[in-house]
Design a protein around this ligand. Structure first.
Ligand SMILES: NC(=O)c1ccc[n+]([C@@H]2O[C@H](COP(=O)([O-])OP(=O)(O)OC[C@H]3O[C@@H](n4cnc5c(N)ncnc54)[C@H](OP(=O)(O)O)[C@@H]3O)[C@@H](O)[C@H]2O)c1
Length: 360
């Protein structure tokens, strides 16, 4: 595929948090122009009524989803929709030849039966577009760059999986830690739950406490993480079982993922684990292995596509700890989607993603 000079972009789900973040990021992209913004309940409103922070920047009206209108006015579409709904929208776009980046979980799992087990429900007991699963490329550019080039459908990973995979996959791939008995203790800000209000993220109920949720292997990201970690060690996804415990923290953005794994050889020098991350990410523009002794903090990546990682060996407990911090709405969703679009077209992956983190 020869790289196009510029593309026209449609955002479906533009009134949600990841859709709004796509609008913000693409405003700074030198080769992309947002030509259509679509949603469901918000259709008919101006984008800046729904997102006042975009006032004066993207003067578009939100429309109801229409695949023919997208195909006529855009080369690329980002689907930032709830799972289940997204599969149908993506199928309509792919049928019209639109390059599509899906931020939902609908095309992340390679196996339709796994999707049905983890995501199937009353409305969609089976995958609504299973025939497309084989075409979807799992969009972590740091791991699947070659497959992304020229892809028609990209499954943009979840926020917890991105952080967890980037922290530990290089250690697994290098044979330094065992794929058995991995524990992932992760924390997220409330924007990870999307824009629809709910009691769990209501300020009086969430602002002063920290809680675990969906424990005991019930969070849907568990299977996505297992699938990718299995690929890193050449196993079947069902041959890996991680303990994944997510927590909700009283902050707006951010994911911190702490991954605990057993070393394959307890006698190695403590520095080899960090060295393996340095080797894996030496050429990566967004993944920063922190200096020895420094630890990732969500406050240091907020608003950017950057990921801070670190690996430490606890010789007393014979455990390796790999940690990653990222912004769930940027490298955990919309920024990674833009990075994937750049990889699809063979453009520098940093296009549109050069912003430094906001601090404090
Ligand atoms: N939030 C995160 O940190 C994060 C990270 C990674 C991945 N994701 C995934 O990304 C997707 C979007 O997440 P979000 O947090 O942005 O959700 P959100 O804030 O709840 O937004 C959902 C969007 O989907 C639109 N929508 C729903 N059904 C539609 C339909 N049939 N046709 C057109 N538009 C429709 C909604 O429009 P109206 O409200 O106007 O109806 C809204 O714009 C989800 O699958 C989520 O799991 C989210």
């Amino acid at each position: 595929m020869s790289a196009p000079e510029r593309v026209r972009v449609a955002i479906i789900g533009a009134s949600g948090y990841t859709g709004g973040e796509l609008c913000r990021l693409l405003l700074g992209h030198p080769r992309a122009e947002v030509t259509a913004v679509m949603a469901k309940r918000a259709a008919g409103q101006r984008l800046d009524e729904v997102f006042p922070h975009l006032r004066g920047l993207l003067p578009l009206a939100i429309e109801a989803f229409d695949p023919d209108a997208v195909a006529a006015r855009a080369d690329v579409a980002f689907a930032a929709l709830p799972h289940g709904e997204s599969a149908l929208v993506v199928a309509a776009l792919r049928a019209r030849g639109v390059t599509t980046l899906d931020l939902s979980a609908d095309f992340r799992l390679h196996d339709a039966a796994a999707w049905a087990a983890w995501y199937g429900g009353k409305e969609h007991p089976a995958h609504p577009a299973a025939a497309l699963l084989a075409d979807a490329v799992y969009g972590v550019p740091e791991r699947h760059r070659a497959a992304l080039r020229g892809a028609g459908l990209v499954a943009v990973p979840g926020c917890y999986p991105t952080a967890s995979i980037l922290a530990v996959a290089p250690l697994l791939a290098a044979g330094l830690v065992s794929p058995d008995g991995i524990i992932i203790d992760a924390k997220s800000g409330a924007s990870g739950a999307g824009r629809t209000p709910g009691l769990a993220t209501h300020v009086p109920e969430a602002a002063e406490g920290v809680r675990a949720y969906k424990v005991g292997g019930t969070h849907r990201h568990t299977v996505e993480i297992e699938q990718e970690l299995a690929i890193a060690v050449g196993r079947e996804p069902s041959a890996i079982a991680v303990t994944f415990t997510p927590h909700l923290l009283p902050m707006t953005r951010g994911i911190l993922s702490c991954v605990y794994a057993a070393p394959t050889d307890a006698g190695r020098d403590a520095g080899v684990y960090r060295d393996a991350l340095v080797a894996a990410y030496a050429e990566e523009p967004f993944v920063d292995v922190l200096p020895e002794g420094a630890l990732p903090d969500t406050a240091h990546v907020r608003g950017s596509n950057r990921v801070h990682v670190q690996a430490v060996y606890d010789a007393r407990a014979r455990r390796v700890l790999a940690i990653a911090a990222l912004d769930n709405l940027v490298k955990g969703a919309s920024g990674q989607a833009v990075q994937c679009m750049n990889a699809v077209f063979g453009w520098p992956e940093t296009l549109g993603l050069g912003a430094a983190p906001m601090f404090p």
